[in-house]
Design a protein around this ligand. Structure first.
Ligand code: PEP
Ligand code: MG
Length: 357
C-alpha cells in the first residue's frame, strides 16, 4: 500500500515504511520480503554512487568523444568548495537572492563583492556564473517589504524588480564587476521576457562596467519564459549565452504553478511542449553562434539530461550531489544515441511517452 499528499500526515508515528525516493511513494507496513528487496536495491544504489564518486574528476566524454560540460548550482561559498570536490567544472548558476534571504538583510556592495570573489576563488579559475537577483514569485524576501501582488509569478519578479529597484541592482552589478577584475565570472539575468529587457539591462550593465574600468565578461540571459524562446533569434544577437531555466519554463509553458502540490506530477519538464521550447532555443542560439546551458532541475536527472544534450545543450548545471552520477551517465552513452533519443522525444505526445523512451 502507498500514500500520497496530505494522507501521509494521518500515518501513525512509529509505522514501518519504505520510502521510494525515485518514484515519490511511501509504502506502509511492508512485508519482510519487501523490506529485503528494498535493502538490496538500496545497497546497489549505494555501490553505484560510490563508483560514480570515485570517477568524478574525469570529464563527461561520451563514447563517441563529445564532451558534456557539467557545472554546479550553488548558493554559498561552502557549496562552491563542495561542488569542486564533487567534480564540477564550474558554477552555472549562483542564485544570489539567497544572500538576501538567509541574512535577513540586504547585503552591502562590499559584502556581495567578497562573496562573489571568494566563491570564484574556490573554483580555482573555473567560471562562476552569477545570476542577478531573482526575487518575487516563489522567492519572497520579507525584509524588503515589497507590495503584495495578486499573481506574483507574473508580476514584478526577477529583472523587472531589478529595473524597479536600482538601489538593489546597481550595488549588485558593481560587486560583480569588482570581482571580475580579479576572478573568472560570468553574469546572467533572470526572467527576461522581451528584447527591451535585454537592451535596457545591457545599457545599465555597460555603464557600471565602464565606471569601474572593469574587463568585459560573458553576459547571458535565462530563457525561462515562452516569449524569450519565441524571440530567441533576436535575443541571441545581443548576448553571449543562454541558460534555460526549465523550472520556470515548465511552469510558464504549461501554465502550472511550480510549487502547487496537486500539479507537481503534471508539471513535468519532460513534457514534449517544454522540450520543443528547448529545441527552438538551441536552434536559434546555434544560428547565431551562441551556446546554451540548462540550469533548471531537468538537467540534474539522467533522463532529462540525456534529452537536453541530445537537443544540443552544451553545459548542464546540476545540483552538487548529482554531479558524479550525471558525469558517469554520459561516459556510458554516445552523442549519436542521445540525438536520436531527443528526436523521438520531440515527436512524443505526452511526458509519460517521453519517460517511457
Ligand atoms: C529555473 O527556473 O529553472 C531556474 C534555474 O531558476 P529558479 O529555479 O531559481 O527560478
Ligand atoms: Mg527560474
Amino acid at each position: 500500500m502507498w500514500r500520497r499528499g496530505e494522507k501521509v500526515l494521518e500515518i501513525e508515528s512509529g509505522t514501518n515504511c519504505i520510502l521510494d525516493g525515485f518514484n515519490g511513494k511511501l509504502y506502509l507496513n511492508p512485508l519482510v520480503e519487501e523490506i529485503a528487496s528494498a535493502e538490496e536495491l538500496h545497497e546497489e544504489v549505494e555501490r553505484q554512487l560510490n563508483a560514480d564518486f570515485a570517477d568524478r574528476l574525469s570529464p563527461a566524454d561520451t563514447t563517441d568523444g563529445h564532451n558534456v560540460e557539467v557545472f554546479a548550482n550553488v548558493n554559498r561559498v561552502a557549496d562552491a568548495v563542495k561542488a569542486i570536490e564533487y567534480g564540477a567544472e564550474g558554477v552555472g548558476l549562483m542564485r544570489t537572492e539567497f544572500l538576501f534571504l538567509e541574512s535577513g538583510k540586504t547585503p552591502t556592495e562590499d559584502e556581495q563583492y567578497e562573496v562573489y570573489r571568494d566563491m570564484a576563488k574556490a573554483l580555482n579559475g573555473a567560471p562562476l556564473t552569477i545570476r542577478t537577483l531573482d526575487i518575487g514569485g516563489d522567492k519572497q524576501v520579507p525584509h524588503l517589504d515589497l507590495p503584495k501582488e495578486d499573481n506574483s509569478f507574473l508580476g514584478i519578479r526577477g529583472i523587472r524588480l531589478c529595473f524597479a529597484r536600482p538601489d538593489l541592482f546597481l550595488p549588485q552589478l558593481r560587486a560583480v564587476y569588482r570581482a571580475a577584475k580579479e576572478v573568472n565570472v560570468r553574469i546572467m539575468f533572470p526572467m527576461i521576457s522581451t528584447v527591451e529587457d535585454v537592451e535596457q539591462v545591457l545599457e545599465i550593465t555597460e555603464k557600471v562596467r565602464a565606471e569601474l574600468n572593469a574587463p568585459k565578461i560573458e553576459i547571458g540571459i535565462m530563457v525561462e519564459v515562452p516569449s524569450a524562446v519565441l524571440l530567441a533569434e533576436h535575443l541571441a544577437k545581443l548576448v553571449d549565452f543562454f541558460s534555460i531555466g526549465t523550472n520556470d519554463l515548465t511552469q510558464y509553458t504549461l501554465a502550472m504553478d511550480r510549487v502547487h502540490p496537486q500539479l507537481a506530477k503534471q508539471a513535468d519538464a519532460l513534457n514534449p511542449a517544454v522540450l520543443r521550447m528547448v529545441d527552438l532555443t538551441v536552434k536559434a542560439a546555434t544560428k547565431e553562434g551562441k551556446w546554451v546551458a540548462v540550469c533548471g532541475g531537468a538537467a540534474s536527472d539522467t533522463k532529462g539530461a540525456s534529452i537536453l544534450v541530445g537537443l544540443g545543450v552544451k553545459e548542464l548545471s546540476v545540483t552538487v550531489p548529482t554531479i558524479p552520477t550525471i558525469k558517469a551517465h554520459f561516459r556510458k552513452t554516445s552523442l549519436t544515441d542521445l540525438q536520436a533519443l531527443a528526436q523521438k522525444a520531440l515527436a512524443c505526445r505526452t511526458a509519460a511517452e517521453v519517460r517511457a523512451l
